[in-house]
Design a protein around this ligand. Structure first.
Ligand SMILES: [Zn+2]
Length: 183
């Protein structure tokens, strides 16, 4: 009970403990057991695709490795390769749905680079339209009014040739993958 007398120490311990059990939105989504509810669009061998809960434009998705970790350089080649293959596939789906003028594909690694979630790597993939704000402004604060997430989810899954609810999906294999989660 020394925190009663040494509040600076209590703060230190409390912060350390908080970091220790910091929740990860991606790992939580994976463990939720309800892909449609958490808007996991598909699961591949090494990565999954999930809608951004706070989309900057309609159709904003993220490609995320199953393996928890924020260090880009630590990820193996198979995982990173599959990220790109998924991005290509998702982009084709976005194209067919939204016919945007362009796309942003990007990773923010580290807080100072603008990452909102620093402890689990993710690749943003979002359609862009002429006249919307630039990417950095977009990431910082400005948001257009995107469509409802359930609507995006339904459209993307349809464009990807998947059913509407996502509950009974087989893992989408892109070929060449080993067990998920390995680093
Ligand atoms: Zn995680």
């Amino acid at each position: 009970m020394d925190f009663v007398w040494t509040p600076w120490r209590y703060r230190y311990i409390a912060n350390a403990a908080k970091e220790e059990r910091e929740r990860c939105v991606f790992c939580d989504a994976l463990a939720a057991g309800d892909d449609a509810r958490v808007h996991i669009v598909l699961r591949a061998d090494k990565n999954f695709v999930i809608l951004n809960k706070y989309p900057y434009t309609s159709g904003h998705v993220m490609v995320v490795p199953y393996a928890h970790g924020g260090d880009f350089a630590a990820f193996d080649q198979d995982t990173l390769t599959e990220m790109m293959i998924l991005a290509k596939r998702i982009q084709a789906a976005q194209e067919s749905i939204y016919h945007p003028d362009g796309y942003n594909l990007g990773m923010n690694v580290g807080r100072s680079a603008g990452a909102g979630i620093t402890n689990h790597l993710h690749l943003h993939l979002l359609p862009r339209w002429t006249g919307d704000t630039n990417f950095m402004t977009t990431i910082a604060e400005t948001r257009l009014e995107p469509e409802e997430l359930d609507e995006t989810y339904r459209k993307l899954r349809h464009a990807l040739g998947l059913n509407g609810n996502g509950t009974s999906d087989p893992t989408v294999s892109l070929g060449g993958g080993a067990a998920q989660g390995s680093k």
